[in-house]
Design a protein around this ligand. Structure first.
Ligand SMILES: *Cc1c(COP(=O)(O)O)cnc(C)c1O
Length: 354
């Protein structure tokens, strides 16, 4: 703390990202990155853009990327907002659409950036507990006064999927505030709510290229919704940073959307490894929540989760453990390659046997 700090800064509780250890030969299963590299076409487009062109500012509206995303999802560019990772998109969403006198509703077990943005923007958090099976119950959100609703689907860190019909039921009962569906993991087993944006002017869907498109290092995310919602986001963005996406990011992201075959192949491999890992964990006595994401959330009835995480780390395997009520006995394990999953299972076999 310094006397130069503003009152706002003194009161902040920042988000703590998963570790990015600077060690070689780690089996890194802690931050839900894709184990496969980006599309070679995206890498080629980035290399081509790394030229004299970098002397010039990028397109502040990233129109090429908005068009690529719009045509991929069968919507209009005016229904698309892009940002420097979906975290930045979400930050603008909180400021532009969720900052109201009534509380913002979100699950108790959810993406831990939501309470952080509430703190930053002074939004009251209305915490809605997941049910006993760690599922979102739409009925718990219906009829509650709110200034907005936000949840990931599939949820993080549980991996559990809410059916699109349930999201639609929520939208039918909640017409007076914006409902944000954070689809960071939807490509690994969910159905996107983007299909509903033409029918629900208060629905905003947020996606990222960080997970399913293997571009966490490029920092690209987007929101899809009614043009008036998008306009609100543009107003905040243009009051904050005119050029959130650099030239390399725009070029790489556009090319990523043009390589459908590679994208589908990577997602299929991750999903196959997830099912394989599920079975292997179950065989070791773990209880694993059904996951539609690129991670699993698992607990062992006889072994403390923090201790398991510590022992895995001794074997150079990093998974995520949250010291948080209700989930402190779970490990969140990112789906790696089959070889990485095998290394994890071999290590757990040794640990659990003792
Ligand atoms: C990873 C993640 C994000 C952030 O993704 P970026 O685009 O890399 O900022 C947002 N929401 C959830 C639920 C995530 O897991």
């Amino acid at each position: 703390m310094s006397r130069f700090w503003s009152d706002v800064v003194k009161g902040l509780t920042p988000y703590v990202p998963g570790e990015q250890p600077k060690l070689a030969n780690l089996v890194k299963l802690n931050t839900n990155e894709n184990p496969y590299g980006p599309s070679p076409k995206a890498l080629a487009a980035i290399a081509a853009e790394a030229s004299d062109a970098l002397r010039l500012y990028p397109d502040p509206n990233a129109d090429r990327l908005k068009s690529a995303i719009a045509s991929y999802h069968g919507i209009r560019p005016a229904q698309v907002f892009v940002g420097n990772g979906s975290d930045e998109v979400l930050a603008h969403v909180f400021m532009a659409l969720l900052k109201h006198p009534a509380p913002l509703l979100f699950p108790d077990i959810s993406y831990s950036f939501y309470p952080v943005y509430c703190g930053l923007y002074e939004i009251e958090a209305g915490i809605v507990p997941l049910d006993a099976n760690y599922e979102i119950r739409v009925d718990d959100y219906i009829g509650r006064a709110n200034g907005g609703i936000i949840f990931p689907n599939p949820n993080a860190p549980t991996g559990r999927l809410l059916a699109l019909s349930e999201i639609e039921r929520l939208l039918q009962h909640n017409t007076g505030s914006v409902v944000v569906v954070d689809e960071a993991y939807v490509d690994f087993g969910g159905e996107s709510a983007i299909a509903l944006i033409d029918r629900y002017p208060n629905l905003l869907v947020v996606q990222t290229l960080s997970k399913s498109r293997s571009l966490a290092g490029l920092r690209v995310g987007f929101a899809a919704g009614h043009p008036e919602l998008i306009e609100a986001l543009e107003r905040v963005k243009n009051s904050f940073n005119s050029y959130p996406l650099d030239r390399l990011a725009i070029a790489g992201a556009v090319a990523a959307y043009e390589d459908e075959e590679y994208f589908q192949a990577c997602c299929a491999k991750v999903v196959a490894s997830r099912e394989r890992l599920n079975d292997a964990l179950a065989e070791l006595g773990f209880k694993v929540l059904p996951s539609a994401a690129n991670f699993v959330f698992a607990q062992h009835p006889q072994h403390d989760a923090a201790e398991l995480a510590r022992q895995l780390r001794e074997r150079s395997i990093i998974v995520r453990h949250f010291r948080q009520p209700r989930i402190d006995q779970f490990l969140r394990i990112t789906i790696g390659t089959d070889a990485q999953c095998d290394a994890l299972i071999d290590a757990l076999k040794e640990i659990v046997a003792n």
